[in-house]
Write a protein that binds this ligand. Sequence first.
Ligand code: ADP
Length: 167
Amino acid sequence: MRALYPGSFDPLTLGHLDLIERGVRLFDGVTVAVLQNPGKQPCFPLERRLAQIRAATAHLQRVEVASFDGLTVTFAQRCGADVILRGLRALSDFEYELQIAHTNHSLAPRLETLFLATAVGYSFLSSSVVKEVARFGGDVSHMVPRGVAQDLQRLFNRASASTPHDV
Ligand code: ADP
């Protein structure tokens, strides 16, 4: 069975990576797919997010990295996935995730959504928390893969260098 793990991954965190690693143990293959969402202005362009995921999953076999736009179920069918994999961190994720799962099930009844509970040590992690910490110069090395930490540092150093301080 093949699983599709869709998300924004802006950027990939160690919580996401943990889910991918556990997905690989459960399925014959995992496709990690970055959603190109025209409604969201990402921090990292699509190509950078794909490169971050490819680098962080290079040690894993049976992982494919792709991008898609449009409906998740359409892409799942196109890449031959039987299951959509999603993570649950807390009760706050539940309502949103359940709504998406029900919607997807109504569109493609043979496609199941499977939730994995987040690893306890990563349950506080989200892409937005990571960006917030990095923006203010905090250490994110225990939150994201090494390449992502470097990208965040570059991004926010550049942003603060271009902020006028002396006006
Ligand atoms: P989306 O915008 O689709 O929610 P995200 O990149 O934020 O995309 O998340 C993708 C999936 O990964 C979601 O199912 C989310 O619940 C899950 N996820 C996010 N952070 C973690 C984490 N720390 N541990 C496990 N799963 C997570």
